[in-house]
Design a protein. Sequence first.
Length: 212
Amino acid sequence: MPYLLIDDGMAENPKIVGLSDKAFRLWITSLLYCARNLTNGAISEIAIRSLAPICQIAKPLAVVRALVEAGLFEKTDTGWVIHDYLDYNPSRADLSEKRRLSRERQKKYRGKGSRVTERVTGRVSNAWQDPTKGSSKEDPLGSSPTGFQGNGAIAAAEAAARTWETPDSDAFAQHLDQIAHDHRTPIGSVERERLWDIALTNMPKPAKAAST
């Protein structure tokens, strides 16, 4: 899931304050293009011309020159690169590695879950049916999970989802792992997807730039 990070003090930056409306629109749209296409901040003339109609700009190269003069674009042999893009956003290589590790972690989780998760989930389900009955068997996680523990894990996870503020799904998954560990209760993949949907729905939206 591509995303874009922008300094929250961007609106007060002298480079931004002096931009025309057209230059500001092209700068923001170019940032989004680079994030979506994982270009490491590089953008070609072809890409600029393709973005011009979206920004309602008839002469995009003239606007690009204004962005170069403002220090927001830097000329390269193949087009331009957005100044300081990689200071705020991960590189294509970093994102690829992050996604690879995420896939491996999910694969490992699914592989281990066939026996351990089934055994633990069975204990939790039994406890939910009758919370007053304890287990006479030794619990593999060091304590006997109950329905109250299971409900507590989901409640904690939902509370975390409603207050989650970063579009980093890997960090959110790790946070769910910690909640599951603390409550001695597994959180399944379907439930994790539901929780991530809650997080995306409640995540603060970037403030829109005021039009002038």
